[in-house]
Structure formats: structure tokens, C-alpha cells
Write a protein that binds this ligand. Structure first.
Ligand SMILES: Cc1cc2nc3c(=O)[nH]c(=O)nc-3n(C[C@H](O)[C@H](O)[C@H](O)COP(=O)(O)OP(=O)(O)OC[C@H]3O[C@@H](n4cnc5c(N)ncnc54)[C@H](O)[C@@H]3O)c2cc1C
Length: 350
């Protein structure tokens, strides 16, 4: 039963050792900084951060600085000049890839010089670990999981969901700088603006960190795209009863050109990798279609899919909470649906 639809930049190279005169000549003294990491470049998440930075700086009438941390190729710099009033580049051999302490030290030094009112980062795990520590080092305030940022009377306001996604709260951050991580992909992406030629290269003096040594780096095996970037997600829950049914779900996901995900219950049971977890303590996704199979729809799970364009669910229980959140719902045993749905799709796509 289907339920009713519930350029090339003029390179002004300034090499200096973080002198406190930075931006002294600017007509706009206060700045909002949006961080772009050289190792990820300007992907959809970075565009979301830059978009939030554009709007916040406009609200506050501050200058918007795109800060590139890490490897900054000419192509990356040229791309970045489209989205902010000025560009600052903090490149250094020790910033060729992410290292928590080195990146934190670099950001701290740069922020002390830029003296920003707000610093915006995305919602990946790197950013989430950097934000509170950076705020502490700068004597500012920190907030995470921002759905929306706004500014009033020189104060940053952060809207975020609370009570497992049942309500939204707006928090006023009185102490500057406000260090924030935003739900990057849920933000309206940055609009292109007049190319800026205001580019400053910072010369950082960083020491190798001896306290924390990176011994290994493993890349997540998740198909072709990151879960956070997936347009279609097929997700399974505890109702599947084990790891084997996930093979069927994967076959369906492949036909749909989608990625696999799961509820925490399925991940905790060890049926699928922990990286698949979506929700409050998992990944926040924003696909065009999220197909939840045998997932009850607990509020903590819904928090991770609140930005999905369309949610469809298959569940045996007509009273499952997921049906209150989906646009399309099927009350049925998933075993009666997954195989036939895949066959129908193969037929339609042939
Ligand atoms: C602090 C905290 C953080 C949390 N963070 C997360 C998080 O990030 N992500 C997350 O997912 N959870 C999270 N949880 C756990 C969350 O509360 C739920 O326990 C979890 O989401 C339940 O997973 P589930 O829907 O797969 O399992 P269940 O709630 O057990 O639901 C299984 C569903 O499958 C259905 N079903 C059973 N058999 C079939 C069948 N044959 N065909 C179709 N349907 C069937 C059932 O009707 C049921 O609705 C968190 C909890 C806490 C306290």
C-alpha cells in the first residue's frame, strides 16, 4: 500500500611573517573568514561554507575573506576569487595534508592576524575537531551543526536543530571570534561575484608537531562518491536482520546509481561499516532521494537526513515514525519489494 504523499588572478604576492598590519589598509576592518582546504578544494561543501560566509558578511557589512589552508594551486586560487572579497593563502609544506595539530596552529596564527569576527568551516570530522579547539585558543566562542547563520548588531546568530531534530534554536554568540561549523551541503551554495584581485599569500613559520604522529591514512571505500555528496542513497536498518540483505540493497543502489548507508543500529550490529552511519552521530546527507529500508525513523536518524530532497521508506509497521517524515511510503516486507523494484528498474533502464 502506498501511503498518500506525506581566471587568472593578478597575483599580489606579499610574503611576510604574519605582521599585525595585515588588512590595515582595508576599508572594512571586520572580516568573516570562510575556510577552504587545499586538500579538498572547492567542492559542494566548500561552496556551502562560502555561501554561508557571503550571507553572514553581507548581514554584518563585513569583508568576506576566503582563506585557503594547505596546498593552493593556481587553479584553486583562481576558482576561489569568484566567491569572496579577498583571498588569503596559508600554504606550507607541513600543510600538504591534514594534521590536526599543525592545521590548528596554522589557523590560530592566521586568525590572530586577520582578527575575524567569525570563522566558518564545514561539517566534516576534521572541521568538527578543529572548531572548539580553535575557539578556545582564540578566546572566542564555538558552535556547530549550524543550519543557518545570520548577523545582527555585530553579533553572529546560529540556528541549529535541538531535541533530536524536533525543534530549532537560535543561539547568540556574544564573544568574538565566533568559530562555527555549518552543515555545508545544506547551505545555499556561494554565488559568483566580481572576481577579486585582492590576494595575500601568508608566510607561516610552522614546526613539525612531535607530539602527534600520523602513522597511517586510510581512504574510505564508499563507491565513487562521498556519502555526503551522493545524489541517491539506499539505506538499511535493523529490520533487515543481518548483513546479507545489505547485498540485495547494494544491488538496488547500483542500478539507481546510488550510495549505501545505514542506521546506527545496523552499524552497531557490525553488519556494515561504521562509516555508513547516517544521523545525529553519523553523517548528515542531502541527497535528491533517500530510500530508507527497514529503518524505524528515530529522531536521531532523521537528523541526518533532514536535508534530503525526497525521502521514501519501506517498512512493515504502518506506525513507524519514518512515515511522518517521508514523501513516499510503502508498508510492506522489504523482501517483497527490493528484488522486484530492482528488476523493474533494469527493465525501465534497458
Ligand atoms: C545519543 C544518540 C545518538 C544516536 N545517533 C544515531 C544516529 O546517528 N543514527 C541512527 O540511525 N541512530 C542513532 N541513534 C539510535 C536511534 O535512537 C535508533 O535506535 C536507531 O536509529 C534505530 O535504528 P533502526 O531504525 O535501524 O532500528 P529499529 O528502530 O529497530 O527499526 C527497525 C525497523 O525495521 C522495520 N522492519 C522489521 N522487519 C522488516 C521487514 N521485513 N521489512 C520492512 N521493515 C521491517 C521495523 O518495523 C522497524 O521500524 C542514536 C541514539 C542516541 C541515544
Amino acid at each position: 500500500m502506498w501511503l498518500a504523499p506525506a581566471a587568472q588572478v593578478e597575483n599580489k604576492v606579499i610574503a611576510f611573517r604574519l605582521l599585525p598590519t595585515f588588512y590595515k589598509g582595508s576599508s572594512l576592518t571586520s572580516v568573516v573568514v570562510s575556510c577552504i582546504f587545499g586538500w579538498t578544494g572547492i567542492d559542494r561543501a566548500a561552496l556551502g561554507v562560502l555561501g554561508a560566509g557571503q550571507r553572514l558578511s553581507r548581514d554584518l557589512a563585513y569583508k568576506h575573506v576566503g582563506l585557503i589552508v594547505g596546498p593552493a594551486s593556481d587553479a584553486l586560487i583562481a576558482e576561489a576569487t569568484k566567491f569572496s572579497d579577498s583571498i588569503a593563502v596559508a600554504d606550507h609544506p607541513l600543510l600538504d595534508s591534514y594534521h590536526s595539530e599543525t592545521t590548528l596552529t596554522a589557523l590560530t596564527e592566521v586568525c590572530k592576524q586577520l582578527n575575524p569576527k567569525a570563522v566558518l568551516l564545514g561539517n566534516d570530522t576534521y572541521c568538527q575537531e578543529l572548531v572548539p579547539r580553535l575557539a578556545h585558543r582564540l578566546g572566542g566562542s564555538a558552535a556547530g551543526d549550524a543550519l543557518k547563520l545570520s548577523g545582527r548588531n555585530e553579533t553572529v546568530l546560529v540556528t541549529r536543530s535541538v531535541y533530536g531534530g524536533k525543534a530549532q534554536a537560535t543561539i547568540k554568540l556574544s564573544r568574538a571570534p565566533a568559530i562555527l561549523w555549518v552543515r555545508a551541503r545544506a547551505q545555499e551554495p556561494a554565488q559568483q561575484q566580481a572576481l577579486t584581485t585582492d590576494l595575500t599569500r601568508l608566510t607561516l613559520t610552522l614546526e613539525p608537531n612531535t607530539k602527534i604522529k600520523l602513522v597511517d591514512r586510510q581512504t574510505e571505500m564508499q563507491g565513487t562518491a562521498r556519502l555526503e555528496d551522493a545524489r541517491v542513497i539506499v539505506s538499511g536498518g535493523r529490520g533487515l536482520g543481518g548483513s546479507e540483505p545489505f547485498t540485495q540493497l547494494r544491488a538496488l543502489a547500483e542500478i539507481m546509481g546510488g550510495q549505501m548507508a545505514a542506521s546506527r543500529a545496523a552499524c552497531d550490529a557490525g553488519w556494515v561499516p561504521a562509516e555508513w552511519q547516517v544521523g545525529q552521530t553519523g553523517k548528515k546527507v542531502s541527497p535528491q532521494l533517500y530510500l530508507a529500508i527497514a529503518i524505524s525513523g528515530a529522531s536521531q536518524h532523521i537528523m541526518g537526513i533532514a536535508d534530503a530532497k525526497t525521502i521514501a521508506a519501506i517498512n512493515l509497521d504502518p506506525d513507524a515514525p519514518i512515515f511522518q517524515h517521508c514523501q513516499f511510503g510503502l508498508v510492506e516486507d522489504y523482501r517483497q519489494v527490493v528484488g522486484p523494484l530492482r528488476e523493474k528498474l533494469i527493465e525501465l533502464l534497458a
